[in-house]
Design a protein around this ligand. Structure first.
Ligand code: MCF
Ligand code: FE
Length: 403
């Protein structure tokens, strides 16, 4: 048994003062140190400094490791420009990212305090690296493809990748499913996959760009020539409402920046969560997620980095700093606390994992961060932690110390 004593502790919901956490692989108890030291007299005791904060390990539900070789290859500013550059560089980028490149990304996430990540996998090439990662991994096997004639082949390929990930399943490695998006996956393929994967976690990109919105809602806009020339398709595969109706379980919808009120209301009713990727959205010209509307509707929104194909790092602290700047009207300290909730308890709940909170019974995935000086009020701790953290000073996964 180990006891960590903290002046400042964020429990996944709020900041609390002068508490200690007793844990092995799971958290046994959170209470004042005086209580825990009599209850667990043989525990090893670690005292954090006055300027350190203890919090649950961060959870990044949306990253694409296979595109991790990108630095300057892809073009930013507008979704279609980016998409054309992905098509031009895709093979080169995917071939350039091998074991060392996956490991570098996994290590960077670890050093910055991410103890769980959701890897969206297009090809299954990063499976071994994810299986070997110290973190908890949800491995989202992605289905993509819109040609009716290819449905059977795409389904077969998807099932092979899913089965390979199922063979790797463990307490820390969870096989899951991603439907790429409403514009890129044929509804027949989508239905077949959903029927075959009941009970698995599900993720999908949804209503990301203005081009996607125009195409799905009116069959017009920048996607029209793209689909005509590349895929010989003259109409969208399905309307966004139909896509949502096909989802047979609560889903992690990535982006949703361009979803109007009617779609957001449907998302709320169905109990989906939205993964917000502010830096990716800015770089691909997709706009700002209306987090205040999601809050009003009771839609849980999480924070993801997306991949290095649309970002410069996989740090959730950098993502939180970007979110603070993007949502410039949000009350600063309250919004900082909400960002910490999004990156811990909310993401853990959406992924149905018993982590994300410092509470008895949760697995002991926890991190400590160090501020330049000791803050003097609890209200300022989330903001100061977000402003100043680059790497963590301590990190445990299921009790085991990695940093
Ligand atoms: O989330 C971003 C932007 N939106 C869509 N797809 C991706 C993103 N980052 C990587 N992707 C991948 C996606 O998984 O890009 C590929 C897919 O396999 C090409 S289709 C846009
Ligand atoms: Fe993505």
């Amino acid at each position: 048994m180990k006891i960590i004593v903290a002046r400042w502790l964020f429990d996944g919901e709020e900041v609390r003062e002068n508490l200690a956490v007793a844990f092995d692989a799971a958290i046994e108890e959170v209470a004042p140190f005086e209580v825990l030291e009599t209850r667990y007299p043989n525990a090893e005791v670690v005292r954090l400094k006055e300027n350190e904060v203890l919090l649950p390990g961060l959870v990044n539900p949306h990253v694409h490791l296979e595109f991790g070789a990108n630095t300057t290859h892809l073009r930013y500013g507008d979704f279609m420009t980016w998409l054309h550059s992905v098509i031009a560089h895709r093979d080169e980028l995917v071939d350039a990212c091998k074991a060392a490149c996956y490991k570098r990304q996994i290590d960077a996430m670890l050093q910055s305090g991410t103890t769980t990540f959701g890897a969206v996998s297009s090809y299954g090439r990063e499976l071994l690296a994810c299986k070997a990662a110290p973190q908890r991994v949800v491995f989202f096997n992605e289905a993509i493809g819109s040609a009716p004639a290819a449905v059977d082949a795409l389904y077969g390929d998807f099932m092979q990748r899913l089965e390979a990930s199922e063979a790797a399943a463990s307490e820390r490695f969870v096989p899951a499913v991603a439907i790429h998006s409403p514009y890129s996956v044929h509804p027949v393929l989508m239905r077949k996959i959903l029927a075959e994967t009941k009970g698995r976690l599900l993720s999908a990109h949804f209503m990301e760009s203005p081009a996607e919105k125009a195409w799905l809602e009116t069959g017009e806009g920048d996607f029209k020539p793209f689909f005509k020339n590349f895929l010989k398709q003259s109409m969208p595969l399905q309307r966004p409402e139909a896509f949502l109706e096909t989802l047979d379980r609560p889903t992690l919808l990535t982006h949703a920046v361009q979803a109007g009120d009617a779609l957001l209301e449907k998302i709320a009713t169905a109990g989906h969560a939205v993964t917000h990727c502010p830096r990716s959205n800015r770089l691909l010209g997709c706009g700002r997620l209306r987090v205040e509307r999601l809050r009003e509707l009771g839609i849980p929104w999480l924070l993801g980095t997306d991949g290095l194909s649309s970002n410069t790092s996989l740090s959730l602290w950098e993502e939180m700093r970007a979110a603070l700047m993007l949502h410039h009207r949000a009350p600063l300290e309250l919004f900082a606390a909400e960002l910490l909730r999004a990156a811990t308890s909310r993401a853990a709940d959406a992924l149905k994992l018993p982590v994300g909170r410092l509470a008895a019974g949760r697995l002991a995935d926890l991190v400590a961060v160090s501020l330049p000086d000791a803050p003097d009020t609890a209200e300022s701790v989330p903001l100061q932690a977000i402003l100043h953290t680059r790497t963590v000073t301590r990190l445990h996964i299921q009790g085991k110390q990695h940093v």
